[in-house]
Design a protein around this ligand. Structure first.
Ligand SMILES: [Zn+2]
Length: 248
């Protein structure tokens, strides 16, 4: 980072501060430099190690740019009649979540959540269930998304859904036919946008990273997750829906 800083100073014609001063300022300002934590894209990694051809990589990058542009256009089109949402599922949460070492060998309850982030209003709706109530297949995600769309104000005419292209979540005929049915019943225009695999950065991801801060051990039961998540954004709390088998 210091090397990048020095290069930047030379470019701009500034005299670069010493390495020691650089570290001191970082410490004073409480800035930490880390490696990116998120996994990198498989295709991009394969290209770097020479496992895929230039054409294949170029096609991947073109698709990534196209998806990103389409997403930006969609977000820009959001208004009082057009709702733009980004949706995703958080990795499985286990209950209980404790520091006790023997817990490692016990069978824990798997909890799932489906998050909807409305881009314009920044409203967040979280559907939360556990493995005895529902699975993680297209049926569950379809129920959640249809419930969300049905409960939108009747003044809404167009819905744009941005998600990754995960088959069992977003890219399947169960969801598509349910959305098509809803569009006909409510005279809506519904569009689905899929982002390119490996480059699916979405606004909804920020919800999951905020939640991570609040769901640290000890968590004894599923209800602890619900309480913690409801507290996660004090200025604009998430709408958390605990759903059961009869919802799906
Ligand atoms: Zn990539």
């Amino acid at each position: 980072m210091n090397a990048v800083f020095k290069e930047w100073c030379t470019e701009k014609g500034y005299r670069a501060a010493s390495r020691k001063t650089f570290s001191k300022v970082l410490k004073e300002e409480n800035i930490g430099i880390h490696h990116p934590r998120k996994d990198q894209c498989d295709t991009c990694c394969s290209y770097k190690t020479g496992n895929i051809s230039q054409e294949e990589y170029d096609r991947h990058i073109a698709k990534k740019e196209e998806a990103r542009q389409a997403k930006q256009n969609a977000i820009a089109s959001a208004n009082e009649k057009t709702v733009v949402i980004t949706v995703d599922v958080q990795s499985v949460l286990l209950a209980p979540k404790l520091f006790a070492s023997t817990l490692y060998y016990k069978l824990k309850l798997q909890c799932h959540n489906f998050t909807v982030y409305e881009v314009l209003s920044k409203n967040v709706t979280i559907y939360f269930w556990h493995e005895a109530d529902g699975n993680v297949t297209a049926n569950e995600f379809t129920s959640c998304l249809i419930d969300y769309c049905q409960n939108l104000p009747t003044t809404i005419e167009r819905i744009i859904i941005i998600s990754d292209g995960c088959g069992h979540q977003n890219r399947n005929r169960i969801l598509t036919s349910a959305l098509s049915d809803l569009a006909q019943r409510r005279q809506l225009n519904i569009e689905q946008l899929y982002l390119e695999k490996g480059h699916t950065m979405m606004e909804v991801d920020s919800v999951h990273s905020t939640m991570e801060q609040y769901i640290k051990p000890p968590i004894y039961a599923l209800s602890d997750y619900l309480t913690r998540i409801r507290q996660a954004r004090p200025h604009k709390p998430y709408d958390v829906k605990s759903i059961h088998y009869d919802f799906f």
